[in-house]
Design a protein around this ligand. Structure first.
Ligand code: NAD
Length: 293
């Protein structure tokens, strides 16, 4: 870290617990590679400390911060402005400080859309089925609508997130040209029909990662058509049960959530620095860090 000097600009990550995060590796690798005089540090900040944390962004003249649980919604009243991604999702994962004016963004959805684009799939004009309306599913639904998806069906099981699925569907119908609707996952026939209808299927439930590793919401390969694009937001493990079922069904385009994770960071990086993140280098550094664990 010899590049740190009196001019170094600080960017934070405020969440709790957060020490396991890959984001410091991601951003500091990119700053170093591009010779940018920034440093990215993680801070254990819970709900009680959040107001002071935001004050620190202003006092220390930080360029901004990432925000994760439990602060993604709670930070909103402390900010000056919200980008449309944050307005539609009611959540913020990136704060940008422009001369004391703090703007909140959500880059998870951008990360998803950009990763799919890199893999050769544009959401514009597509019919999408998204299962799960939490921290991943909501921004994916919102950004897909912003980027021109034609129809979005959002499914959730009957738990506390069902209301969130309905709220984001309403917001999409009000704020974008996409048509959004919801159904409950307990309605197996509706789920099967939606899989047959969709161009892109996103599993944003976390089923397939610990403690539900080895499990999937779709276990019968005959439910999946070969030309469906399947995106599982899980990235640990790299191959989930859903991805295995999809391979058995002969589905060609099947992806985990690693690219989305990197691209949401790249989108935040661009907001802070105006520069493109050197993604290949960053992925290499993350893989090396992974091996150390
Ligand atoms: P969350 O707790 O906010 O939401 C989980 C959603 O899944 C809810 O809608 C819930 O109703 C549903 N759900 C949970 N268990 C279920 C089950 N057994 N059956 C059916 N539905 C179920 O979580 P989140 O933050 O949205 O994370 C979801 C997954 O997405 C996790 O695996 C997480 O690691 C991943 N994620 C990936 C990225 C990325 O960049 N790739 C970003 C955020 C989250």
């Amino acid at each position: 870290m010899t590049r740190i000097d009196g001019h170094t600009i600080l960017i934070g990550l405020m969440a709790y617990p957060i020490r396991h995060s890959m984001s410091p590796t991601m951003h500091n690798t990119a700053f170093e590679a591009l010779n940018l005089n920034y440093a990215y540090l993680a801070f254990d900040i819970d709900g009680h400390q959040l107001a002071d944390g935001v004050k620190a962004i202003r006092t220390l003249d930080m360029r901004g911060s990432n925000v994760s649980m439990p602060n993604k919604q709670a930070i909103i009243p402390h900010l000056d402005k919200l980008d449309i991604s944050a307005k539609m999702t009611g959540a913020v994962n990136t704060v940008v400080n422009d001369d004391g004016v703090l703007t909140g963004y959500t880059t998870d959805g951008v990360g998803f859309v950009n990763d799919l684009k890199k893999k050769g799939h544009d959401v514009a004009g597509k019919k999408m089925l998204i299962v799960g309306a939490g921290g991943a599913g909501i921004p994916i639904a919102a950004q897909s609508a912003i980027e021109g998806a034609s129809d979005i069906r959002i499914a959730n099981r009957k738990d506390g997130h069902l209301k969130k699925a309905e709220e984001i569907a309403d917001s999409i119908n009000e704020n974008s040209g996409a048509v959004a609707s919801t159904f409950t996952l307990e309605d197996g026939e509706a789920f099967k029909a939606a899989l047959a209808w969709a161009d892109i299927y996103v599993d944003a439930t976390g089923v397939g990662m610990k403690p539900l590793e080895g499990k999937a919401l779709v276990n019968d390969p005959s439910w999946l058509k070969e030309d469906l694009v399947i995106y599982d937001t899980v990235y640990a493990p790299r191959t989930t049960k859903l991805m295995e079922v999809a391979k058995k069904a002969g589905v060609k385009n099947v992806y985990n959530g690693l690219g989305m994770m990197v691209e949401q960071g790249a989108a935040a990086f661009k907001l802070w620095t105006g520069q493109e993140m050197p993604i290949d280098l960053v992925e290499q550094a993350m893989a090396e860090k992974d091996k150390e664990k």
